[in-house]
Ligand binder design. Structure first.
Ligand SMILES: Cc1ncc(COP(=O)(O)O)c(C=O)c1O
Length: 356
């Protein structure tokens, strides 16, 4: 399913107030002081999928936590402690990676942390959370049920909820989370240590890409990407939001013109398995994204194999943006002007979950 966004509109001061380069500078200043922080590498794959080059921003090694989410929850916990002082415990619901980030931030801030996981989240995540000192609470069959449990507990015990999603009346913390994510795009600002070599003719990754494919669960990453990209690179790069066929909450919400909870169906793309969009993400993307699309689990697995063939190891969820590029229909490519001159950015959001 592909949906060309009829609501696409220019980036204005209204969006900049939510997500823009100024927020990124603050987040970057925090991380630049952090001992575990290093920019992650980019792998440049010339000629892939009928393009001039695909640049894969590889988040698998992010701060030793396995995904880009390390930049969001931990940063939000740091800001909470700064604003309100330490002491109050934090909690969150997670499909896995967000909880790891919040637990990491809580350990640094010296506050207790509880993470609510649906029964569908792999035990590997629960183990990693406990290693970080978080209490794992299994509650509910899916992410939405775990989120409801976390909200109830925050209310009952007065703990601070650190959610990566947002809704009416709850936007401050998720905005901090999203502003943290923008750091990964900021790292494309200049030559950086990492894989370094850019093959001749491929174009340097820090030049503006022509197309950016970003996978979405609740849409926090995609909206962070869109805000930062529009502020930094302007209106030209096409932004494509990629969701699993089984959890198409952003595409359906964009179609409906309001945030919807979708019934969905099973998907193996665990961390993208969200049935309801983040309100802020929905609002930003309906103005800033060019196209929404869904992929199948098989598309994602094929992208994992394709990238592995080029030495880039990602999970299916991590390869979902690249899967969108490969799966895009000829009419979608034509509508976006995607061809052999295009320089595409995708985010490899996560390494293999259970490395073999
Ligand atoms: C590895 C990975 N990729 C992508 C996403 C999607 O991010 P968002 O829910 O902000 O859309 C997640 C969310 O947990 C994730 O863990």
């Amino acid at each position: 399913m592909e949906y060309l966004n009829p609501g696409r509109a220019p980036y204005t001061a209204r969006e900049r107030e939510l997500i823009g380069a100024a927020h990124t500078r603050q987040a970057r200043a925090h991380f630049d002081r952090h001992p575990a922080y290093r920019p992650t590498p980019v792998h440049t794959l010339p000629g892939l999928a009928g393009t001039r080059a695909v640049h894969v921003k590889d988040e698998s090694g992010r701060m030793g936590l396995g995904s880009f989410k390390a930049l969001g929850g931990a940063y939000a916990v740091h800001l909470l402690a700064q604003r309100h002082g330490g002491g109050t415990p934090v909690l969150c619901a997670s499909a896995g990676n967000h909880g790891i980030s919040v637990a990491y931030g809580a350990r640094e801030a010296g506050v207790p942390c509880a993470v609510y996981l649906g029964h569908d989240v792999p035990e590997a995540f629960a183990r990693r959370l406990r290693v970080l000192g978080a209490e794992v609470r299994r509650d509910g069959d899916d992410y939405e049920a775990a989120m409801a449990a976390a909200q109830r507990a925050a209310h009952e015990h007065g703990w601070r909820l650190v959610a990566d999603s947002s809704w009416e009346g709850y936007t401050e913390v998720p905005l901090d989370v999203m502003r943290g994510y923008t750091v990964l795009f900021d790292e494309l600002a200049g030559p950086w240590p990492g894989t370094g070599h850019v093959p001749p003719g491929a174009g340097a990754p820090w030049e503006a890409p022509t197309h950016v494919f970003v996978q979405a669960g609740v849409g926090g990453l995609a909206a962070a990407a869109a805000g930062y990209i529009r502020d930094r690179w302007g209106e030209q790069p096409k932004i494509i939001v990629v969701e699993p066929e089984g959890a198409p909450c952003l595409i359906e919400s964009a179609r409906a013109g309001r945030p919807l909870r979708v019934p969905g169906s099973h998907t193996d793309l665990g961390r993208l398995d969200c049935r309801e969009p983040s309100l802020i993400a929905h609002r930003l993307l309906t103005r800033l994204a060019d196209l929404y699309m869904t992929i199948t689990d098989d598309d994602a697995e094929a992208a994992v194999r394709l990238l592995a063939g080029h030495g880039v190891a990602l999970s299916a969820c991590g390869a979902a943006g690249a899967a969108g590029l490969v799966a895009l229909s000829p009419s979608g490519r034509a509508a976006l002007g995607l061809d052999s001159t295009s320089r595409v950015l995708v985010v490899g959001t996560e390494g293999p979950v259970e490395p073999k």
